[in-house]
Design a protein around this ligand. Sequence first.
Ligand code: UD1
Length: 366
Amino acid sequence: MLKIINVCGARPNFMKIAPLMRAYQSYPDIDPIIVHTGQHYDQNMSDLFFRQLDIPEPNINLGVGSGSHAAQTAEIMKRFETVLEEHQPDWVVVVGDVNSTIACGLVAVKRGVKLAHVEAGLRSFDRTMPEEINRLLTDAISDLLFVSEPSGLENLKREGVPDEKVHFVGNVMIDTLKANLEKAEQSNVLEEMELEPGGYNVVTLHRPSNGDDAETFGHIADALEVIQDDLPTIFPMHPRTVQNLSKLGLAERFAGMQRLRIVEPMGYLSFLKLMSRAAVVLTDSGGMQEETTILGVWCLTLRENTERPITITQGTSTLVGADPERIVSAYRRCRRAPASKPPVLEKWDGRAADRIAKVLASPDNG
Ligand code: UD1
């Protein structure tokens, strides 16, 4: 038996392990174990995704919860070490770029367990982003690196990662999107929220660089004020952004925007439906840049850089930073042009997880 521990911890990880768990089913010799670190723990940041995406219950939940980067990472490491001692896996598979990714990766390699990184090679070249540090370090210690887009191959080559460790497999997040699009279509979210297809915008924000700084968040609020005047704008708000609204004294300003609706974070299916019919999506999320690209929906990325350049060069995303004039003028351009036809991107075909399972199961990697 090939024992594989699959780590997940934060919301964007759940869509990435869902297709992997399904792909392992074709390999009777693979014994997959799910470890949830507990980095995200709210019902609608975690449990809801397991239910909607049919992910098996985690075998182990480390229950670490929130904390500073150091405290959270250290706590995950301590608790994950006892899991490795007990289960003695052949592989640890980590996904994405969150603190759970690097924490479990480090513990694995130091105990001599082989490490595979799904979504390897992405680089924003911005080391002030905690995720960039997590990406660089995880890639540096991984035995297998599964890459989602060609830029990842170039980055890993430049960093001197041997070719035989690297596999261009495609995008597991898009596996999940494709597997669930039909189910999402059945969601009544538009009716429930009294929205017309193409008649509203969607906003999400959670990055510290945007939401933790009063001036930057204030600039984004300036833009949203204009944008919500044009179309109703739905803002499913991440818990850290909710905390920041009041901390930074912006709650009243947002409450004054009549057509901006702040709602709780949503489940996968209703959110996918909501995004798919939006006029424009404004976000600082990496995953949503990819999802809007495949949905053919305009995406204004509220960042100065992206680790997912394919969403700009071939997709529907534009980098707009946090400057209100730049955001509003890009928004107006999107409103004038029809939504674009989704591009066909190499290996974003819904089969990335199958390719990963095949490599892991191969005797060469045993
Ligand atoms: C983390 C990831 C980020 C990812 C994002 C998706 C890191 C460094 N960052 O950021 O890359 O894009 O998840 O959401 O790993 N909180 C709750 N309930 C929860 C989870 C969090 O209330 O279920 C609150 C807590 O107050 C916490 C804050 O949100 O302090 C931030 O959570 P944390 O896990 O530290 O990072 P995210 O901002 O979610």
